[in-house]
Design a protein. Structure first.
Ligand code: SF4
Length: 394
């Protein structure tokens, strides 16, 4: 299965759903409770995926200033500013790519602040713009451990939200539909984990820049059998590549961990830069963020609460340090590249001494300034010099 076709089918169907009064569309944050929405029959759209598309198509230089002019600071999430700016300008990359006249209008907006609070402000803008209900899950943040009472708190928030969603959906939640959505998500996320794990092979059959494309379905289609089918076929393809000795980076010499957000508008540039040095970026925090091992169809709400609380971005620094250390060991990493994304301090982890603590344990790293979408914060020259010099030292 081709990831481009899977994403095309998803967006074309979403465009149809938005035009059909019999179908309802929900917007959801990327690590929000998508399974509940699917079980209630909503078609689910993820604005962060749209933000990534805006970044990858390099239109944010035109759209971010439009949001800035409306009082959305250049310092806040550039997914938010590029997306709101695009809405104000009346443009979307979905038009050229998939023929959608506009982003699919929502019947409800659902966010979860397990990742950051920017998503709350972002969705609130659309709630005001289109007078659409806005529902939020507010979990505890930056956790050392995930405690039973915290899981119970989030599960209770889900239950309250389900009541509100049932009114909007015009139907009751079928417990079997929720179990089924969880089962699909669990299978897809387990396959995604195996896909990423395949990069433990030497040479690695895929790298971070491939992963940033292959991850589309686990973000936008989890809870459906489509994601499961896609990752099963991708895994088989990767296993065949390993058997054939096919390398993502020919003559792989170094193995790198990418920490932080992708620079969506410079994926190709960075991929070429690492490949030129025969360095394979074999593991990343970002791609791993959609591994939800705790999903359990027999305990849907509690297991969702646990899985979505446990995500890396929602953990304390000691957890993050141990996590990176473990992956460095498991993937035989030579060095870590921290991407300090200017507009996403939530997903940038180099500012609180973590590189130095890892260095004390013999893990070498470099910090590259940049951004997910705002290319004014990223310099090709500086990043090239820094990364090349770093790879030289390994
Ligand atoms: S985690 Fe970062 S990139 Fe993602 S929505 Fe929040 S601020 Fe934006």
């Amino acid at each position: 299965m081709d990831v481009k076709q899977v994403m095309r089918d998803y967006f074309v169907d979403l465009g149809e759903a938005a035009k059909d009064p019999a179908r309802k569309v929900a917007w959801c944050t990327s690590v929000g409770p998508a399974e509940i929405l699917r079980a209630l029959g909503f078609e689910v759209y993820f604005p962060e995926n749209h933000g990534a598309l805006l970044g990858a198509t390099r239109v944010c230089g035109d759209t971010i200033p439009v949001a800035n002019a409306q009082g959305y600071s250049p310092e806040i999430c550039s997914y938010l500013t590029s997306d709101i700016g695009a809405a104000l300008k009346g443009v979307t990359p979905l038009t050229k790519a998939y023929g959608l006249a506009e982003v699919p209008r929502p019947d409800v907006l659902v966010y979860c602040t397990n990742q950051c609070k920017d998503v709350m402000h972002w969705f609130a803008w659309y709630a005001r713009r289109w007078n659409v209900p806005l529902l939020g899950i507010h979990p505890p943040n930056h956790l050392p451990d995930v405690l039973p009472e915290q899981v119970a708190d989030v599960a209770a928030q889900y239950r309250r939200m389900i009541g509100q969603l049932e009114t909007i959906a015009g139907r009751k939640l079928d417990p079997q539909a929720l179990r089924s959505a969880l089962a699909h998500s669990k299978e897809a996320t387990d396959l995604w984990a195996q896909v990423l794990d395949s990069a433990r092979a030497r040479p690695a059959p895929l790298n971070f820049f491939d992963g940033a494309i292959f991850m589309g379905p686990i973000v936008v289609l989890r809870g459906t059998p489509i994601a499961t089918d896609y990752y099963r076929s991708l895994l088989a393809e990767l296993q065949a590549r390993i058997a054939a000795g096919h390398a993502a980076v020919p003559r792989e010499r170094l193995r790198i961990y990418w920490e932080g957000m992708p620079v969506w508008g410079r994926l190709r540039h960075l991929s070429d830069l690492f490949a030129k040095q025969r360095a394979a970026v074999v593991a990343s925090t970002y791609c791993n963020s959609w591994i939800f091992s705790d999903f359990d169809p027999d305990e849907p709400l509690e297991s969702m609460a646990r899985a979505y609380l446990k995500i890396f971005i929602n953990r304390d620094d000691a957890y993050k340090e141990a996590y990176i250390e473990r992956l460095v060991r498991e993937f035989a990493i030579d060095g870590v590249v921290f991407h300090a994304a200017r507009t996403c301090p939530n997903n940038s982890n180099s500012s609180y001494n973590l590189p130095q603590r890892l260095a004390a344990k013999g893990i070498r790293s470099v910090v590259v300034d940049g951004d997910l979408c705002d290319l004014r914060c990223f310099s090709d020259e500086q990043s090239t010099t820094l990364i090349e010099a770093f790879l030289e030292t390994l």
